[in-house]
Design a protein around this ligand. Structure first.
Ligand SMILES: [Zn+2]
Length: 105
């Protein structure tokens, strides 16, 4: 299990863009926009809000955290089974309720 948080998503975003678009040897795939995107994201201050990232990217595809059970956009999830499922605190609480109900004598 792994905790995924909005702040973690934002602070790792430049690195994730680089990993996605920079190829071996240092050249960039679709470099006309991927490299400037990486540089703009890298230049944001450490405490920049999500809206600053969305403004640069144009949408929330790189910053959104979605629960696989309820489909809501949330600020944190638990990644279960090596990305098999990402569940929000509400759904995990529901799951715990189900487990507790079943194990009560
Ligand atoms: Zn949920």
């Amino acid at each position: 299990m792994k905790l995924i948080t909005k702040s973690g998503i934002l602070s790792s975003l430049a690195e994730r863009i680089k990993n996605e678009y920079q190829m071996e040897g240092g050249t960039w795939y679709q470099s006309n926009w991927s490299k400037p995107l990486y540089e703009d994201i890298s230049n944001l201050p450490a405490d920049a809000p999500e809206s600053d990232f969305i403004e640069i990217i144009g949408d929330d595809t790189w910053t959104r955290i979605k629960c696989d059970e309820c489909q809501r956009s949330v600020d944190k999830v638990i990644d279960i089974g090596g990305s098999a499922a990402m569940l929000c605190p509400f759904c995990l609480n529901e799951a715990m309720g189900m487990l507790t109900e079943r194990t009560t004598p």
